[in-house]
Design a protein around this ligand. Structure first.
Ligand code: HEM
Length: 134
């Protein structure tokens, strides 16, 4: 994946805004995810949704902080992919999570979330999930 400087800036800017409404964004994300695919609810039984939401925001932050060196994420993403396969996550689930994520950014940021920012997030998510699915 080769994000342009402009795409990285857009991702960082939109992340900074969503970080300010972290709790709300996390809640929105899971609501949307379970609306899109109710059967996924069973997979997230280990911890309350607030804890999951926090984790989600931490991962996004972890990725956003490493945008200049996305390749350094590769080993971690490999590991994460294996952990996810053990959770029962299937290849088909990745686009659903991606769609819930982009929806959350749109909903949380409103007109601050430009079509260009959306494109950049999709590119980033596609890369991450591609690494994890292998
Ligand atoms: C780019 C995509 C994704 C990233 C970066 C990601 C990242 C993470 C991370 C860092 C954790 C915490 C792992 C731990 O606590 O050891 C996690 C947990 C989890 N993820 Fe993902 N994930 C992604 C996609 C998905 C997808 C597509 C699903 C399927 C619905 C999924 C389902 C889960 C579940 C069920 C857990 C365990 C929650 C728990 O009970 O603690 N993830 N994810």
């Amino acid at each position: 994946m080769d994000l342009s400087q402009q795409e990285k800036d857009l991702i960082r800017q939109s992340y900074a805004k969503v970080a300010a409404i972290k709790d709300q964004a996390g809640q929105l994300f899971y609501q949307r995810l379970f609306e899109l695919e109710p059967s996924l609810r069973e997979m997230f039984h280990r911890a309350p949704i607030e804890t999951q939401a926090m984790k989600l925001m931490q991962v996004i932050e972890w990725v956003v902080e490493r945008l200049d060196d996305v390749k350094s994420l590769r080993d971690e993403l490999d590991k994460l992919g294996k952990i996810h396969a053990d959770y029962g996550v299937k290849v088909d689930h990745y686009p659903i999570v991606g769609s819930a994520l982009v929806w959350t950014l749109k909903k949380g940021l409103g007109s601050d979330f430009s079509p260009e920012a959306e494109e950049a997030w999709i590119e980033l998510y596609t890369y991450l999930s591609g690494q994890m699915e292998r």
